[in-house]
Design a protein around this ligand. Structure first.
Ligand SMILES: [Zn+2]
Length: 70
């Protein structure tokens, strides 16, 4: 566990497969994702089961934003 990991966080440009881009705080210069809050089934409402709910929560956690703070 390196204690200075957090200091490497920066504004990271995230590019989604749908073409949407947004910025998150991350220790990587850029990220590419297959789904975002613009096109993910959970947000678009095309699918609505609990498994998808779990996936979006995991997605949010991974990319540093939560439903509470979004
Ligand atoms: Zn997207």
């Amino acid at each position: 566990m390196k204690k200075d990991t957090n200091s490497n966080y920066q504004d990271t440009k995230v590019t989604c497969a749908c073409g949407n881009t947004f910025t998150v705080r991350s220790n990587k210069p850029e990220l590419h994702v297959e789904t975002c809050n613009k096109c993910h089934p959970f947000y678009t409402g095309t699918q609505n089961n609990n498994i998808k709910k779990g996936r979006i929560e995991k997605f949010n956690s991974k990319y540093g934003f939560t439903e509470k703070s979004a």
